[in-house]
Design a protein around this ligand. Structure first.
Ligand SMILES: [Zn+2]
Length: 247
């Protein structure tokens, strides 16, 4: 009998290259604060004051404090059943990689190995001059933004407003979108560009599109082949279970 879950499970079980593309929705189910929307962080902390490189350089103490606070909230959250299901499908060789817009490390914590971070990671610092990277301990963060061995102040390795996606993740994600034959969209709508391009690129190259969202999005009518409606923490474990049964 055909159902969206059944269609999706068959596509994943028989897929040659299956990619997940995840956004804020999957992390929201872990209690990660969301940035956009009426109750989002940007309503309280205007991004022009807290999420541009100009603001950071002009006012590093305040902006550093903001990111440390966000990072601590994120570090207190745990992966949910959707993150675990994605990691499990990868460990069973049914899933090739995860491209995520999230900066919270929850995929890695759940055990995912190949994670392409489209918007960076709040647990990492980067030097704006020499690109040197360092992890930051969010349970005991430094009071001041640390300096790079090369001498200048480091910044959170986060794609801020007005900045481009770093070339490495950008190219890797685009190449995977072209190559995959199944893409699983999880917890993201077609609002955030250029991340929202990836499913369209995949579709143009013939991929089967699975979408897990709590409500329909612009993807649903345009490109989605199997729509799994509901919380990802429920639909993805069901998908992973059915894929396991089929293989
Ligand atoms: Zn440096």
């Amino acid at each position: 009998m055909s159902s969206p879950l059944e269609d999706a499970a068959h596509a994943v079980a028989h897929g040659r290259c299956v990619i997940a593309s995840t956004g804020a929705g999957i992390s929201a189910e872990s209690g990660i604060p969301t940035f956009r929307g009426d109750s989002g962080i940007w309503k309280k902390y205007p991004p022009e004051k807290f999420a541009t490189i100009q603001a950071y350089l002009a006012n590093p103490l305040e902006v550093w404090g903001f990111w440390v606070e966000i990072g601590r909230e994120m570090a207190a959250c745990k992966p949910n059943a959707a993150h675990v299901a994605i990691a499990e499908m990868e460990s069973q060789k049914h899933l090739h990689a995860v491209v995520t817009q999230n900066v919270d490390s929850l995929h890695q914590t759940a055990g995912s190995q190949r994670v392409i971070e489209y918007h960076g990671n709040v647990r990492r610092l980067v030097c704006t001059r020499c690109r040197h990277q360092e992890p930051v301990d969010l349970t005991n963060p430094p009071k001041l933004p640390p300096h790079c061995p090369c001498g200048i102040v480091m910044r959170p390795d986060i794609v801020m407003f007005g900045e481009y996606i770093p070339e490495g993740p950008m190219h890797e994600a685009a190449a995977l979108a072209e190559k995959c034959d199944v893409m699983i969209i999880v917890g993201t709508s077609a609002q955030v560009y250029p991340a929202a391009d990836l499913p369209f690129i995949a579709k143009q190259h013939g991929a089967f599109i699975i979408e897990s969202n709590i409500e329909e999005t612009d993807f649903t009518s345009e490109i989605t082949d199997a729509f799994l409606c509901g919380a990802a923490g429920e639909t993805l474990p069901s998908l992973a279970k059915r894929v396991r049964e089929l293989s």
